[in-house]
Design a protein around this ligand. Structure first.
Ligand SMILES: [Zn+2]
Length: 134
């Protein structure tokens, strides 16, 4: 029989965007936000595996920039992986939980999400109807 604990372990595998290791995403620690580009409003939130987070947290500003560049490069090279990356809308919709945001997303329909990202719709107008849905 499949226990809830086993189910969690099966579904919670994520990939660290820095070292690309596969790990239990429940242990992912949000490390840094990244804005896609100057004309995009969605802020991506990157979480690292426990080992990388430890190194990141004690690293100098220069070392942290290397983590950020490396993480972005890995995602650009392979965008279809289960990277432990989500966005600020999903985190808000999941009451601040990175893990739930990563698993369930924002619940905001793609066309509306795109309009928020383009700055056509303000996220504070849309978000209240999605916060706490999960
Ligand atoms: Zn890592």
């Amino acid at each position: 029989m499949l226990s809830i604990d086993m189910f969690d372990r099966i579904t919670a595998k994520g990939k660290c965007p820095n070292c690309t290791c596969s790990f239990n995403a429940i242990e992912a620690t949000p490390a840094f936000p990244v804005v896609g580009s100057s004309n995009q409003k969605i802020i991506l939130e990157f979480a690292l595996c426990p080992e990388c987070y430890k190194e990141f947290a004690k690293g100098s500003e220069k070392q942290q920039k290397i983590f950020i560049k490396n993480s972005i490069d890995n995602i650009v090279i392979n965008p279809n992986n289960e990277w432990t990356v989500t966005n600020h809308l999903a985190i808000a919709a999941n009451s601040g939980s990175f893990f739930n945001a990563w698993q369930y997303g924002s619940g905001i329909p793609k066309p509306i999400f795109d309009l928020i990202n383009q700055g056509v719709i303000d996220d504070v107008v849309v978000l209240p109807s999605f916060i706490g849905r999960f």
